[in-house]
Design a protein around this ligand. Structure first.
Ligand code: FEO
Ligand code: CA
Ligand code: CA
Ligand code: CA
Length: 740
């Protein structure tokens, strides 16, 4: 399907805005029934009610031993206005400076970036890749060898390169000749090398950060770099390929979206929309394999960029063909998609160490992977979203208890904590409680699942979406980043939007309660959960390993004037009240994606948008927030009005929404045209904030590649330059911490 789209980033961008979850799951009727039992508790009318939370068996109040101090600080900047300009807007008193742009060399022997499509494929093994995304900063110790979590002057940045804006990597003639079913190998190789991860050393020079091109830490990991397969699926029959007949290795990491880091100082890079890259050959597979491929969206006829169709072809191109072409799996690449879709651990301090794919954390469209508050002697817990329509939220609990002596042990610590543990999936109940369901072959619902017959626990992890279906997990509105409030341990997950919510079989539920339409300047209206929301929960007893939790919706995205402007009801339902968090012109936003808590300033949360719905009014943005706690708001009934002419009844969905943020949420930055704001980290002193301007100008038409005046964006270089994904450093002009 993507193959037919225009030759811009759009050819692939929609990959996470699609859904492949055909499982029945808990039906709308089940949820409605559960809700009816508590409807008498609510007044059934529109808007926020003062009804106190009441959840049988679970106290929604505060844990006596749970730290819950008032925010000791405020957001000390004036919010910036929404903007459609082709530039970065930051508050007065702040400066945003490009640090690392698409094509920048990471060593002194690679020439400067020409940025006209002539830069070679080989050189991209030593250049900044495209679509800078999730990233982490690791301070370097005095010897310049290991990790010093306190060094704000010199450190290593690990930066994901999620995808490419293909037309800006090639010459106008090459772009004009593009044919997805007959690719030129050198062009494919450049695209492969523009994916992956950058590991770069940065140093403060004359008070400002700069790339240290002479550093021995600098390296590019690409979609061709050898990676180890580790954990329960290592060596499994479903991981066998012609490259690795014993199923222990693969080449490349792909569509590296968001990220995480570990208490032992390594980087976690998460593979998101990898499924579309493969020439699937789905019809050549067994019936059960076909079902699994459909469930993961591995159905493309050519792969999104036709990498399997390169001439002259080599083994590195043939591996993108997942068809059954030979007598056995060790002779072809039928299993290659099973070696993608993982959390990948990278040791920033060991340039010769191959990345390790951690299969215990499950295979999905991984967004981020974030460690809960760490306690010595207790297991480590990581939270993860699977970003596609109607997918799930997961957590991983290590078998080993955390031993602080493992700090700085690198990938060996990863082997200990990330290869042995339990994977759970979340169910959000209508009464405001929730449960973690174990994805284990010994669970009766998994062992006896009729839709897909799991062979063993590795199969459960390779196909954890199917195992989660079997358990009846809650289908969410595209789970993106997770973040853990460092003071009270509340867990936040962005649900960016869901165009299918409210359609047949995708009913509303308490945790995904909105269906509406958003009209936009003469274009067809967006439908579903158009602007997204942020769910949060508190684990029972504030223990990250707990199997139950209480939840609410921290924040609903909306345009400030949504309730006045959107009264369209040509469909079955329209929602009468969209701006449920009372957003204003200072903080309204759509499609939350990046979410990250400052480590320097505990309780300061950053929020980034990847929007297509509100972009008639503003480019994507970065906001700062001081969120409260789970349960600080109240119960609300979200009313979707039926259209009388259609004979539809009203739908009332009861949910829980946090206290309206007011001035505890402010817009901090607006990006240039056609970009997404994504990726965020800071120096330990909080005085340098790093964020990424991803794919500025991505809506440029391929037909315009020879006409620079028609490019959507020229950011950051200006003039007639091709736009470049860019890592920014943001500082306060008086040298203070950013945001507060
Ligand atoms: Fe790559 Fe779901 O964002
Ligand atoms: Ca609108
Ligand atoms: Ca994202
Ligand atoms: Ca996104």
């Amino acid at each position: 399907m993507h193959d037919k789209l225009p030759m811009t980033k759009r050819e692939f961008q929609s990959a996470d805005d699609t859904g492949h979850n055909f499982s029945a799951g808990p039906s709308f009727a089940d949820i409605l029934e559960a809700r009816m039992s508590r409807r008498s508790l609510l007044k059934g009318s529109l808007g926020l009610l003062s009804t106190a939370f009441f959840v049988p068996g679970l106290a929604r109040g505060k844990d006596a031993d749970r730290p819950d101090p008032p925010p000791p600080f405020t957001l000390r900047f004036n919010p910036v206005a929404k903007s459609l300009a082709d530039r970065v807007v930051v508050p007065a008193g702040y400066t945003a400076t490009p640090l690392y742009r698409l094509g920048d060399p990471i060593n002194s022997s690679t020439p400067a970036y020409a940025n006209d499509g002539t830069d070679t494929a080989a050189s991209f093994q030593y250049r900044c890749g495209d679509h800078n995304d999730g990233m982490s900063y690791f301070g370097l110790d005095r010897a310049g060898k290991g990790w010093d979590a306190g060094n704000s002057e010199r450190g290593i940045l690990c930066i994901n390169h999620e995808n490419i804006t293909r037309i800006f990597l090639h010459t106008p003639a090459e772009v004009a000749a593009y044919n997805v079913s007959a690719r030129v190998a050198a062009e494919v190789d450049k695209e492969v090398h523009a994916h992956g991860v950058s590991v770069i050393e940065i140093q403060k020079q004359s008070g400002a950060f700069a790339l240290h091109t002479a550093s021995s830490f600098n390296r590019r990991i690409t979609a061709a770099t050898p990676c180890g397969l580790h954990g329960p699926a290592r060596g499994h029959a479903q991981m066998v390929t012609a490259y690795s007949p014993d199923g222990t290795q693969t080449r490349g990491t792909l569509n590296n979206c968001a990220n995480g880091d570990t208490p032992w100082g390594t980087y976690l890079s998460c593979e998101e929309n990898w499924a579309g890259y493969f020439k699937s050959g789905v019809a050549t597979h067994t019936a059960q394999e076909q079902l699994a491929m459909q469930r993961y969206g591995i159905t493309s006829s050519n792969g999104s960029y036709g990498w399997a169709n390169a001439t002259p072809a080599g083994d590195l191109h043939e591996r993108w063909n997942a068809s059954v072409t030979h007598a056995s799996a060790n002779l072809d690449y039928r299993n290659i998609p099973n070696t993608f879709g993982w959390v990948v651990e990278v040791d920033p301090f060991n340039p010769s160490a191959a990345p390790r794919k951690r299969t215990a954390l499950g295979r999905m469209g991984h967004e981020s992977c974030n460690c809960a508050k760490v306690t010595a002697g207790k297991p480590l817990v990581f939270y993860m979203g699977d970003d596609a329509q109607n997918e799930y939220i997961y957590k991983y609990v290590s078998a080993a208890n955390w031993d602080p002596a493992d700090t700085s042990k690198g990938l060996a610590a990863g082997d200990k904590y990330l290869d042995h543990g339990s994977l759970y999936v979340a169910r959000f109940n209508a009464d405001g409680s929730g449960n973690w369901l174990k994805l284990d072959i010994t669970e009766a619902a998994i062992a006896g699942y009729a839709t897909y017959r799991f062979s063993d626990q590795a199969d459960v992890l390779i196909h954890c979406r199917l195992a989660a279906d079997a358990l009846g997990a809650t289908k969410m509105d595209r789970p993106e980043w997770a973040g853990i409030h460092p003071v009270n341990g509340d867990v936040y997950v962005t649900l960016t939007n869901n165009a299918s919510r409210g359609s047949a079989g995708k009913g509303l539920d308490a945790a995904n309660p909105r269906y509406y339409q958003d009209s936009k300047g003469g274009k067809a209206p967006s439908k579903g959960n158009v602007n997204g929301h942020i769910v949060r929960w508190r684990e029972n007893g504030s223990d990250p390993t707990a199997l139950s939790f209480v939840w609410d919706v921290y924040l609903f995205g909306a345009q400030a004037k949504a309730d006045a402007a959107n009264v369209n009801y040509d469909e079955a339902f329209y929602q009468a009240h969209i701006n449920l968090s009372d957003l204003t012109d200072d903080n309204d936003f759509s499609s939350p994606d990046g979410l990250w808590f400052s480590r320097k300033t505990p309780g300061l949360m950053w929020l980034q948008t990847d929007d297509g719905a509100y972009t008639d009014v503003s480019n994507c943005m970065l906001l700062a927030a001081l969120p409260g706690t789970v349960g600080d708001g109240g119960a609300v009934t979200v009313t979707s009005k039926g259209v009388p002419a259609h004979g539809d009844a009203d739908q009332n969905v009861s949910t829980y929404v946090g206290k309206a943020p007011g001035d505890q949420l402010k817009r901090f930055l607006v990006g240039p045209k056609g970009c997404e704001l994504t990726g965020i980290t800071e120096t330990p002193d909080g005085k340098a904030l790093f964020v990424n301007i991803q794919h500025p100008g991505e809506n440029t038409a391929a037909a315009d590649i020879a006409t620079p005046a028609h490019y959507e964006s020229h950011y950051p270089d200006g003039g007639t330059a091709r736009p470049r994904s860019t890592t920014l450093v943001i500082t306060r002009n008086d040298g203070g911490p950013v945001g507060v």
